[in-house]
Design a protein around this ligand. Structure first.
Ligand SMILES: NC(=O)c1ccc[n+]([C@@H]2O[C@H](COP(=O)([O-])OP(=O)(O)OC[C@H]3O[C@@H](n4cnc5c(N)ncnc54)[C@H](OP(=O)(O)O)[C@@H]3O)[C@@H](O)[C@H]2O)c1
Length: 177
């Protein structure tokens, strides 16, 4: 996320690293540790489409070091189809439950402002992890989707990681307490 709260630039552009891959801002060991703690991913369709477009334009550019179960929330079939991905429609709590069951006791990582926002509003999130990158974008896709209702957070930790700042918070509404 940029310091002014955007997770993508205008039009869902993800080239806001000033010529640098976004992952390069974070210390490699921290990036790998987060991926290693992840047992499944729950991804919104717009996030999936951005990743698929990048991969089509530049194969190998989506290099997140995770290869476990992947669930995409969407109302439409993937185009092109991907047999390694499970598409889900409907209640976000059921989607989280499915991803958790597949995660083998590890974390479920939730990606996409809309999907993460739904999960936060339903009390389904145990922890928010943000890598704040040293840039002010001024415009783009905000962390919280339109219509998002206030959620209070408990600060858990903060640390410098490469050129990013890693912040962890626990929603006070979390069902996990
Ligand atoms: N900087 C970062 O680390 C980071 C991380 C993740 C994402 N992003 C960026 O965030 C942007 C995408 O976020 P976003 O908030 O626009 O969208 P999103 O959360 O990725 O996806 C929203 C879409 O998911 C589908 N969906 C959501 N809930 C659903 C449900 N309950 N049942 C069925 N389908 C459901 C709908 O798509 P359909 O109805 O069209 O199927 C909806 O329009 C992209 O630009 C991406 O690059 C940035």
């Amino acid at each position: 996320m940029s310091l002014d709260g955007f997770i993508a630039g205008p039009g869902h552009s993800v080239d806001w690293g000033g010529g640098r891959a976004l992952s390069d801002f974070v210390a490699a060991e921290d990036f790998l540790a987060v991926a290693a703690a992840t047992g499944a991913m729950l991804v919104g369709r717009r996030t999936w489409d951005v990743g698929a477009r990048l991969e089509a334009e530049k194969p190998g550019s989506v290099d997140y070091p995770f290869s476990g179960p992947m669930f995409v929330l969407t109302h439409r079939p993937l185009d092109p189809p991907n047999p390694e991905v499970t598409t889900l429609t409907g209640d976000v709590a059921e989607a989280v439950a499915m991803a958790l069951a597949a995660a083998g006791g590890k974390d479920v990582e939730i990606l996409g402002a809309d999907v993460a926002g739904q999960c936060l509003q339903r009390g389904l999130v145990d922890e928010i992890l943000v890598h704040v990158l040293p840039v002010l974008l001024g415009d783009g896709i905000p962390f919280s989707p339109p219509g998002f209702a206030r959620v209070d957070l408990e600060p858990l930790s903060s640390k410098r990681s490469g050129d990013a700042t890693m912040l962890r918070f626990r929603p006070r509404t979390s069902l996990a307490g």
